[in-house]
Design a protein around this ligand. Structure first.
Ligand code: GRF
Length: 214
């Protein structure tokens, strides 16, 4: 098996990134992380990536001012220099232009902390609690021009519990994210797979995965 060269874009602590780097320690996982790139020079995830021995880069979007595409062209150049074949967005807090999305169409994947199409955008945990939902979760999807709109690759549900706050709910959803993302990326790298339900318990959190086999 030839592993797909994976680029991971982050802006912060990078716990999803770490879940992918951990998955990649298994030689049977079909992606090889070759670059972690952040738009924040002080993103905590950069240190974690270095601890895993993965090459890192940081490109400050602020120096490009309002020219989002110029920033993305710099990011694109780094990704191509590293021979990246597919990209995982992992808490990357920049909305991408149609130029970048087109350039990487079908090879650009995101994880979002809600059960899309519910709650695209920010504050998903608060919005879920405000709506009185009984179930919440996360979604891995292809990135298209509309924010959090692309075709779904897989999702994972967790129950909302009495007394949940946005923080407790976010922590529970994060466990599901770490389980879901490696599965879905593996399915994309292997070009497909049918979604099936599988229940797991991670650190006491029951997660219902609806994802292709990883
Ligand atoms: C995650 O909740 C992810 O779904 C969202 O941003 C958050 C990033 O967290 N897109 P981390 O940096 O992966 O810990």
């Amino acid at each position: 098996m030839t592993r797909k060269r994976l680029g991971i874009l982050i802006s912060g602590r990078g716990s999803n990134m770490a879940a992918l780097l951990m998955a990649a320690r298994n030689p049977a996982w079909p992606c090889e992380p070759v670059l972690v790139l952040s738009n924040k020079l002080d993103a905590g995830g950069l240190d974690t990536a270095r601890d895993y021995g993965v090459h890192t880069a940081a490109i400050d979007h602020k120096i490009y001012g309002k020219d989002r595409e110029a920033f993305e062209r710099a990011v694109d150049a780094e990704l191509k220099k590293a021979g990246v074949e597919m990209i995982a967005l992992a808490g990357f807090m920049r909305v991408l232009t149609p130029w970048f999305v087109n350039e990487w169409a079908g090879r650009l994947i995101n994880i979002h902390p809600s059960l899309l199409p519910l709650y695209p955008g920010v504050d998903t945990h608060q919005r879920c609690l405000d709506a009185g939902d009984k179930v919440h979760g996360c979604t891995v999807h292809q990135v298209t021009a509309g924010v959090d709109e692309g075709p779904v690759i897989g999702s994972a549900e967790v129950d909302v519990l009495a007394g949940d706050t946005p923080a407790t709910l976010a922590a529970r959803v994060l466990k599901a994210e770490h389980l879901l993302y490696p599965r879905c990326l593996a399915a994309v790298a292997r070009k497909g797979g049918t979604r099936a339900r599988e229940d797991s318990v991670v650190d006491g959190v029951t997660v219902r995965l609806y994802a292709p086999k990883g």
